[in-house]
Design a binder for this molecule. Structure first.
Ligand code: SAH
Ligand code: SF4
Ligand code: F3S
Length: 449
């Protein structure tokens, strides 16, 4: 495998750190990576941390302790973009106090026209496109901050690894800014992904999550056209790998072959993220999603028939331009009838440059959007509460990811978050947990020894 991918999974090490002028101050440059947005951003931040760790930089726990700050940004909705602008404003103040502070920005705020960004935020030292590490490396080398590809140092252990398998998106859903910021689809060679997974497992990873805006288009641009099902088959052969996940699937592209492969491979977890976005055909057409509600319902039916234990997540947008009360009710009905395990619901937010922004007026008042959003959230809370309460008294298998507020936490194969208290060291272990308390969002139990 390429040495560069050996350090792809750098995890930010949260170490106690000193004040800028504090006692025992280290001369190592200290960095802080601020990350918002999706799993892809999280994976890319881990990789940046890997480069910085390999170059001998030290992770620190806040902006104010850092010499180098990297913002990994998201602009999927205006609210995310506002968060980014707010943080940049805060950094402007910090930079005035500490002129040596270096500020680097990546993620989906970075568009083709960095000139405009540089004008708006002159105190940012470098803008680099998501995944464009060569820019970061050449910038740092020019400044005598050695960041090299291909250096392999031991890093903090995470049992759950994230592996991007396809970059970009070719779909151009009418509301979505992602294709404009992340470009066209580019799949990573299958062999390279398998080697990376093997290396991560050698270092202690027990689970891999394969990432892409649309994992169902994985491989179409590669020689021989391998697909996600082929990749899952290959990864299943890695001995000490216990679990395989992937996200996000697209209802127009997911194949029967993939569903049957999931059903046949023990290591592939019974969980799918299958965003529906709306429950009305006219809205789906205006969104350019490429399927009907009927097709989506059939798909869910097939998946549940083939994989009875499946847990399903979805995304829904309310208040898309022109969405009538009846059209919203169809999304509500779909949620009520489908009984998803998890729903991410968002109010439509016009994104400059997208098709919907150009062609439609954002004509649903924000109080109506909020009302619709709350209605779906309330319904989903009740559904998730019922679904999760069925686990009361049952034993579940949890892969332990870490500790939070004195408790171990991890996920079931169906992606339910589980907490338990125990004095032992469970990190990276599979724990059998007897569920004692359930809520719509998580479960609490006792570990069986
Ligand atoms: N590739 C994934 C995720 C894309 S962004 C997919 O195809 O689903 C994550 C979610 O943000 C989307 O599923 C959508 O529900 C939401 N989203 C994207 N653009 C939006 C916008 N302009 N307004 C509101 N929600 C949006
Ligand atoms: Fe956006 Fe659609 Fe691509 Fe998902 S599939 S990233 S919603 S354009
Ligand atoms: Fe946000 Fe970009 Fe992900 S806009 S949701 S960080 S792909």
């Amino acid at each position: 495998m390429k040495a560069s991918s050996l350090i792809e999974q750098g995890i930010k090490r949260e170490q106690p750190c000193n004040q800028r002028s504090g006692e025992g101050e280290s001369t190592m440059p200290r960095y802080f990576i601020w990350t918002i947005g999706c799993q892809m951003n999280k994976a890319e931040s881990q990789r940046i941390a890997g480069y910085l760790d390999a170059a001998g930089h030290q992770a620190t726990t806040s902006f104010s302790h850092a010499d180098l700050v990297i913002l990994n940004t998201c602009v999927v909705r205006q609210s995310a973009e506002n968060k980014v602008s707010g943080t940049l404003g805060l950094l402007k103040g910090l930079r005035n106090k500490h002129p040596n502070l270096r500020i680097l920005v990546t993620g989906c705020l970075v568009n083709a026209d960095t000139q405009e960004l540089r004008r708006r935020f002159p105190y940012v030292d470098l803008w680099f496109k998501p995944g464009d590490y060569s820019e970061l490396i050449s910038w740092s080398q020019k400044r005598g901050i050695p960041i090299k590809q291909g250096v392999n140092l031991p890093r903090a252990f995470s049992p759950c690894a994230l592996i991007p398998i396809i970059q970009g998106c070719d779909n151009f859903c009418s509301y979505c800014i992602v294709p404009y910021r992340r470009g066209r689809e580019v799949s990573r060679p299958l062999g390279e992904i398998v080697c990376e997974a093997e290396e991560l497992v050698r270092r202690g990873a027990k689970e891999v999550t394969l990432l892409g805006q649309n994992v169902d288009s994985y491989g179409h641009d590669l020689p021989g056209h391998p697909d996600l099902a082929d990749l899952l088959n290959e990864l299943s052969n890695i001995d000490d790998l216990l679990r395989i996940r992937f996200l996000t699937n697209h209802p127009k592209d997911i194949t029967l072959k993939l569903i049957e492969t999931m059903a046949s491979l023990d290591k592939v977890c019974e969980h799918l993220e299958l965003p529906v976005q709306a429950g009305d055909d006219d809205i789906l057409r205006a969104m350019r999603r490429g399927y009907t509600v009927e097709r989506y319902r059939e798909l869910v039916h097939t998946i549940r028939r083939k994989i009875p234990q499946i847990s399903l997540s979805t995304d829904i947008i309310v208040g898309f331009p022109g969405e009538t009360e009846e059209q919203f009710e169809r999304s509500f009905t779909l949620v009520r009838e489908t009984r998803f395990d998890v729903i991410h619901v968002a109010a439509y937010s016009p994104r400059p440059g997208t098709i919907a922004w150009r062609e439609y007026q954002d004509n649903i008042p924000s109080d109506i959007k909020k009302e619709r959003l709350h209605k779906i959230e309330e319904l989903q809370t009740a559904i998730a509460s019922e679904i999760n309460s069925q686990l009361q008294g049952k034993q579940v298998e949890v892969l332990v990811e870490g500790r939070k507020r004195e408790k171990w936490f991890g996920r079931t194969r169906s992606n339910k978050l589980v907490f338990f208290e125990d004095a032992g060291d469970w990190l990276g272990q599979l724990a059998r947990v007897q569920i004692e308390k359930t809520s719509p969002w998580s479960l609490i139990g006792k570990v069986k020894k």
